[in-house]
Structures are given as C-alpha cells and as structure tokens.
Design a binder for this molecule. Structure first.
Ligand code: OGA
Ligand code: NI
Length: 342
C-alpha cells in the first residue's frame, strides 16, 4: 500500500534541479495583492467603488484577498481543523484514498514535476481532492475520519457557494455585464472540486517547492490558508510576490476560463506555494468551473472586429480539461493551445 506521509528528511525525490528552485532571497517586497473589504458601505458610492477595485485587481493581479466576506469564522476554523486532522491521522487511515489515477473522484496524492533526464520530483506537500456538488450523494464519498470532516465540509461548502455567487455577480459587473451573467454562462451544474493542501515544515525550503508554478484551470478559486504562515506566491511583472496570510481573509483568484471568457482582459495568473522551516501550513482551495459541456470562448459582448478581436477560439470545457490532464507534471500551456493566430 502506498504510504503517502511525507518523511521528515528531505530525500532526493523532493530535491529540484537548480534552475527550478524557488530562489527565496528574491521575493519582491514592493508589490502586494490587493485586499478588498466586501462590506465597505462607508459612502454612497460604496458599491461602485467595490466593483472598480475588483475590476482593477482582476486586470492587474488576477488575485485579491477579501475581508468582511460574510462567512462565519467558526465555519472556516472548523474546516481548517478538519483538514489538519485528516492529514495528521496515521497514513493507514487515508490509504484508501491514495491514488495516482486522476479519474478518481476522491483522492490523496502528491503533485510532482517531470524533470528531463531524471526521476520526477515530488512536491513537499500532500493533497486531498474531492467534488463539492450539492446533494446527498456527496457525504458518503467523504472520509469518515476525522469524524467532524463531513459536517465541517458540508457547512463550509454551503457558505462558500453563497460567497461565490456574490463574487461572480461583482466580477460580471466589473466586465459591464448583468450580475447573473457569469454564473449562467458557466452552465448548470458547474464542475465543483476542492483541494486541501498540507505543507509540513521543510528542513531546506530552498531546495524544494510546496506546489510548482501553475495557473488554475477552472474559473474561480476561493482559498483559505493558515493564518500568519506565508507560502503562497503570485507572479507579478516577472517577480514573485508573497500573499500576506491575513487572518479571516480569503484569497480569490481567477482561473484560465475567466481569462478566456474576458478575452484576456482579466488574468489567470501563475502562482506557487513555497515551504518554510518551522511552521505547518494548510490551505483549502474551492474551485468553481464550467459544466463539462459548456462551450467556453470570449464573451460576445466583449469582442468586436476592430478593437477587441477574439484572441481565443471556443472549446468545450471537457476538451480543455482533457488537455490539462495530458500535460500532467509539466509547466502546463493549455489556454495557449486555444489561442487564435494573430
Ligand atoms: C491550489 C493552490 C495555493 C496554496 O491549490 O491550486 O494554488 O496556498 N494553492 O496552497
Ligand atoms: Ni492554484
């Protein structure tokens, strides 16, 4: 049986070749991801300003943090605690979920990076991924242990779903569209998956990564991360920017589908997770993606022949995902394949 626990020693399977190491000394301290207060009703232009801030953040960073988001702190804390407990159970307890088969609905695995001329390199993290659609059929797929997982997840998913509806409404407005446009456009039911990431302290964070550089292939991601433990970094103008781990905030980022739908105006930005020597870091990412049959392409109202010609061709979301899985272990270039010739 595969043992998925990370050893405390940094064996060669985790060590990246020199040109792929994180260069931790070179993190930019100049920029930082915008922090947006969702309850900023201080003046009568509050809503208009909020939409402006979201629009700017989606264009410049593809990332922002939100505070006063309305999800009760206890619900967030219970989710993070259930995730931490899940990964801290003896490895036998999650062995039934350990797999390298990406078609499995519920799975525990390590991400890895293919490196030319050597064995693939494992990331210094363990990942647990499963769907989060509504309905009674979900709970029984989820772990029985820790006992609180199912309930904590159910509550959390309900809250995050409501939050995502508000976010899509704001992002639709930011694009000058009707509030319900994006959620409708993504199709029903959407493809909903979650990924919990567990990053134990690492003896030498310079030699490895928690998660390699990637963009999220979905439409929107809601991330909760351990308060006060840095690790998530975002690429901005060619430099890595650390996302400040603000307590009680969510990190929101746009996925590839939003870049295509907005015809490149909003960005799906490269990001990664780095490790640290002393502190455990845990994150929960809730992904919202189109229905597998939804045809994704630049939104009609955002294109014209002269100034905003479409830069992507249309495709079924299932087609995009198939290509995404085909590029497993590589620095993926998926949306680039759907680019139209200039
Ligand atoms: C992800 C991701 C970042 C983090 O799960 O796609 O980018 O902070 N996670 O763990
Ligand atoms: Ni990501």
């Amino acid at each position: 049986m595969a043992n998925s626990a990370i050893p405390l020693s940094l064996t060669s399977k985790f060590i990246l070749p020199e040109d792929k190491r994180p260069q931790l000394a070179q993190i930019s301290s100049l920029a930082s991801v915008p922090v947006i207060d969702l309850n900023d009703n201080g003046n009568k232009n509050g809503h208009y300003l909020l939409v402006q801030k979201i629009s700017q953040a989606c264009e410049d960073y593809g990332f922002f943090q939100i505070i006063n988001h309305g999800v009760p702190q206890e619900v967030c804390d219970r989710m993070m605690s259930a995730i931490t407990d899940f990964f801290e159970l003896p490895p036998e307890e999650r062995a039934e979920f350990v797999t390298e088969d990406h078609t499995k609905q519920v799975k525990v695995f390590h991400y890895n990076l293919k490196v030319e001329g050597q064995e693939k390199v494992s990331m210094w993290s363990e990942t647990f991924s499963h769907p989060w659609h509504r309905g009674e059929d979900l709970a029984h797929l989820l772990p029985k242990n820790p006992p609180k997982y199912r309930e904590a997840f159910g509550e959390y998913a309900k809250e995050v779903r409501t939050l995502i509806t508000s976010l899509f409404s704001l992002i639709s407005e930011a694009l000058g569209l009707e509030k319900d446009f994006l959620q409708k456009r993504l199709g029903d039911p959407p493809t909903l998956r979650t990924q919990a990431n567990y990053y134990p302290p690492c003896p030498n964070p310079d030699l490895t990564l928690g998660l390699a550089i990637h963009t999220d292939p979905q439409a929107l991601t809601v991330v909760q991360q351990s308060a006060g433990v840095t690790g998530l970094q975002v690429l901005k103008d060619g430099e890595w920017v650390a996302v400040d781990p603000i307590p009680n905030a969510f990190v929101i980022n746009l996925g590839d589908q939003m870049q295509v739908l907005s015809n490149g105006r909003f960005k799906s930005v490269h990001h990664r997770a780095v490790t640290n020597k002393t502190q455990l870091r845990v994150s929960s990412a809730m992904f919202y993606a189109p229905n597998l049959d939804t045809v994704i392409g630049p939104i009609e109202d955002l294109i014209d022949e002269v100034e905003h010609p479409p830069i992507y061709r249309s495709y079924r979301y299932a087609e995009f995902l198939q290509e995404w899985f085909r590029q497993e272990g590589k620095r993926r270039m998926v949306k680039e394949l759907f680019q139209l010739p200039k």
